[in-house]
Design a binder for this molecule. Structure first.
Ligand SMILES: Cc1cc2nc3c(=O)[nH]c(=O)nc-3n(C[C@H](O)[C@H](O)[C@H](O)COP(=O)(O)O)c2cc1C
Length: 192
């Protein structure tokens, strides 16, 4: 299944190949493949190296159902076919203080995983459409951890096997222009 996203400069193909399809196939992911994705998250830099991110995985039907209890209906409609759901959390404090970088470090950690998944022929779909507090309670997540997002991981099925409403959404969405994303010298001065 294809999607289209133009670039203004040549970039590594994996960034273009990665997108978020909802059409998951009911097919398990082997330990070897799955843990190789998390290996990439081990490789990322973090400010003073606390590596604050953690992933809570649901891979059995029992664990997935626990996750379904806090996912919003719109997402549940498609993510129930995904063999793996991973909740991304991070510890907010380092040894002494609040760690200002825990969120950005964690963002890097799960994006590496998404890209490696793409390289290995898997699909991923990040979500924040779930009840964070209910997730915290169901999974016993301590208050010192922030919940960031949930990612569904699996293999892609055929778009045609998908409900009509979701078929229409099976396309990557357009992006801002590169120049709109960068400032020169100070806030508000866009690069021309
Ligand atoms: C952190 C995060 C949370 C998202 N949460 C949801 C969600 O709950 N439900 C949903 O349908 N899409 C969700 N999306 C998908 C985006 O709205 C958007 O469709 C997606 O990023 C499209 O880009 P892509 O196909 O290039 O990945 C989320 C994306 C991100 C990055």
């Amino acid at each position: 299944m294809s999607h289209s996203r133009a670039t203004t400069s040549p970039i590594n193909q994996v960034f273009l190949d990665r997108w978020s399809p909802r059409s998951f196939l009911e097919k398990e992911i082997s330990d070897e493949v799955l843990f190789s994705l998390f290996e990439t998250s081990r490789q990322i830099p973090s400010t003073f190296n606390p590596q604050p991110w953690e992933f809570i995985l649901a891979r059995t039907q029992e664990d997935r159902e626990k996750f379904y209890s806090f996912i919003v209906e719109g997402n549940l409609a498609w993510c129930q076919k995904a063999p793996v759901l991973a909740l991304i959390i991070s510890e907010m404090n380092n040894e002494k203080d609040f760690n200002k970088s825990h969120s950005s470090d964690t963002g890097e950690a799960w994006v590496y995983l998404l890209l490696e998944a793409t390289k290995k022929g898997l699909i991923t779909y990040p979500m924040t459409g779930f009840d964070f507090e209910s997730a915290r309670r169901s999974l016993n997540i301590p208050e010192k951890y922030t919940i960031h997002a949930l990612v569904a991981i699996g293999y892609q099925s055929k778009k045609e096997e998908f409900p009509e409403i979701n078929q229409q959404r099976e396309n990557s969405i357009p992006r801002h222009e590169t120049k709109e994303l960068s400032f020169k010298g100070g806030f508000g001065q866009h690069i021309k």
